[in-house]
Design a binder for this molecule. Sequence first.
Ligand SMILES: [Mg+2]
Length: 381
Amino acid sequence: MKIAKIKITPLFVPYKAPFYWAHGQIDGAEVLLVEMQTDTGITGHGECIAAPNGRAIKALVEDAAALMIGRDPYQGRLLMREAYTALFRAQAVCSAPRFGGQILAGLEMALWDVLGKAVNRPVHALLGGAAHEHIGYFGFAMGKTPEAVAREARDFVEQGFEVIYIKAGFGAARDLATVKAVREAIGPAARLRIDPNESWSPLEARQMIARLAPYDLEFVEQPTPAESLSGLAQVRATSPVAIAADQSVFTPDEAYEAIRQQAADLIVIGPHECGGLARMTDIARVAQLAGVNICIHGLYETGITTCAAHMAAAACPNIDDGNQHMLKFLEWDIVQTPDLMPVAGRMPVLTGPGLGFTLDAENVARAAELYKARLPDGAKT
Ligand SMILES: [Mg+2]
């Protein structure tokens, strides 16, 4: 089997309501659909995150894709290494593992989809086999006011979600009001995680965590800037609340270093940060040796990434029971089957071949049109 053709299509899928986080507002998922055709008639799909500029990212993904034409899809790690070397290392920009991961993740996903379809097995079967029957997801409560966040958090608990996750980093007064309102709304039993998305200095983090700890937080995710693992480690050393690393860890090397510095109780990681499913499971193994769980990270993505991350998670013994799930934000999805919404905070391990989904062709076309409509005047796709 050889890779015959790779088509890259930019898409935009709108959100139902604005997504609020510490650094602004997001209105939808801008992604690149990867369609990998083989000479045996099997087609695999993946997606890349198109931010911050879909035209620029598409050009780089197409450069990487061109290197894979005529090659054996069973050589995934070799193809990824060669593409990374050609795009970055050999061009004297040398080390760009995070950006490289973003560019290559969708191609790597499509390779796994091809392989799974070729042997008629779900991808987790090729990643060491499923270690679970279900994957747990947290209820991601969002809203413009503390009361709105609290209402949504209570809805999740009423639906059976055991873990609630909310954004923070909106200023001390607002964060305190939100955490208080949410804890009152969800009662004492539900587990509550907050994510300030790098908004606090180590000193502010110590102060804020001390003020928020009475509300029984389970984790504070990436309170301090990503660039300083030692800052995160300083916070963790005195924190009464467990600390998760998100933006500080994108690569297996960074996972090793976070563990070596004892900077995190949990590592949050998704395929787009690390460059695909093989590297996501590599990070899980590094963490597992230190007794640390990993948690699926979500970006502004479609059901393709939900399936891909879910497949990798199924093969990770140390996947956490509260993972991030981004589909609830989409107005509609480009995945037609299966149903990817967690029920009572859980979703069964997928059983379909490859990444386990079928695409909704009409919604793909609709998303392609929406992407074009959002381009600046005169820009080409
Ligand atoms: Mg986070």
